[in-house]
Write a protein that binds this ligand. Structure first.
Ligand SMILES: Nc1ncnc2c1ncn2[C@@H]1O[C@H](COP(=O)(O)OP(=O)(O)OP(=O)(O)O)[C@@H](O)[C@H]1O
Ligand SMILES: N[C@@H](CCO)C(=O)O
Length: 307
């Protein structure tokens, strides 16, 4: 087998939780980070970052892509090669669109390719979940589509969640950051039986609503008791944007991942009006947002090797 001298990995953004599916469901979106790893014969580590917010990515050994790259080599008990890493940022940082997950998945997939694919995709997935601490971004980032992750005796049971093509994800990405760490810090550690039952029922309804595109089910399903009530206060304008999105025809709106990006689900007919309404609503409270109607990415992380 010829030695791979460089590998380019493209990884989709992801939106996690989808309302009632806290820490267990997420979907890959048509917004991407791209990274190229090239072996360096001369040794050392070179990291170059281009794209919006490039200054937010560190270029030393603490870089999360590099950390994931090293993690895989440690797992297979080999010394990581010296590399040049060229990062092309398309997923904004710390916005709840899985930028950290793109780094973890990108680094692990690149290392697995350069090392001659010693690990299966399932093994790479398990390493990614262990690094991120929750599956709902890294699993769809790696596999694509909408994915539900449940713990099992062997580790993780992952299933694909059918998503009706007429259910359009509209993301409103504000010009301020909210780290996942900070957004997890505000969550309680215990919940009532009523809240547990509420989320269980609404997640089940969400799965049926996504599969069928049935508006009545989606309108009811997109509610949560486990994280959104505590995080909404961290996102100025949440109520105004929510009311505007629904008034423009959205089935509902949720926090994307740990926020601050807000995700509305709408049919194709209403999605342009929903996007415009969300942007205007945030402008009324002085916040600039990049609002886009996206699609589901159904392929997940893609790698291209160069000999
Ligand atoms: N392409 C990248 N290369 C290297 N590091 C990255 C990259 N993208 C993100 N990171 C790291 O991930 C951090 C952002 O992680 P954080 O979880 O706070 O935000 P997020 O992943 O966008 O949000 P969420 O996890 O809610 O989806 C950045 O500060 C940076 O350290
Ligand atoms: N389930 C995670 C997703 C982070 O993207 C959280 O909400 O903290």
């Amino acid at each position: 087998m010829s030695v791979v001298s460089s590998v380019t990995v493209t990884v989709p953004a992801t939106t996690a939780n989808l309302g009632p599916g806290f820490d267990c469901i997420g979907a890959a979106l048509t917004l991407y980070n791209k990274v190229k790893f090239t072996r360096l014969d001369a040794g050392g580590l070179i990291i170059q970052v281009t794209g919006k917010e490039a200054e937010g990515v560190n270029t030393d050994e603490s870089n999360l892509l590099y950390q994931a790259f090293v993690k895989l080599y440690q797992h297979i008990e080999q010394i990581p090669p010296s590399v040049k890493i060229e990062i092309d940022l398309g997923v904004p940082l710390a916005r709840g669109l899985g930028s950290s997950a793109t780094a973890i998945v990108g680094g692990l997939v690149a290392a697995n390719q350069l090392a001659g694919e010693p690990l299966s995709q399932l093994q790479v997935m398990e390493l990614a979940i262990a690094m991120e601490g929750h599956p709902d971004n890294v699993v769809p980032a790696l596999l694509g589509g909408c994915r539900l992750a449940a713990t099992s005796a062997e580790g993780w049971e992952i299933c694909d969640v059918p998503w009706d093509e007429n259910v359009v994800p509209v993301v409103a990405i504000p010009d301020f950051e909210l780290s996942t760490q900070e957004a997890r810090r505000v969550l309680p550690t215990e919940f009532s039986r009523a809240d547990a039952i509420f989320n269980t029922a609404h997640l089940g309804l969400l799965l049926r609503g996504l599969a069928t595109g049935k508006g009545e089910w989606l309108k009811t399903a997109l509610q949560d008791k486990l994280h959104q009530p505590y995080r909404q206060a961290l996102i100025p304008g949440y109520d105004a944007v929510n009311q505007a999105a629904v008034a423009a025809g959205a089935y509902g709106m949720v926090i994307s991942g740990a926020g601050p990006t807000l995700l509305a689900l709408a049919d194709a007919q209403h999605s342009p009006a929903v996007a415009a309404a969300m942007q205007t609503a945030w402008q009324t409270v002085g916040i600039t947002a990049d609002v886009r109607s996206l699609s589901l990415d159904n392929q997940g992380a893609k790698s291209l090797n160069e000999g």
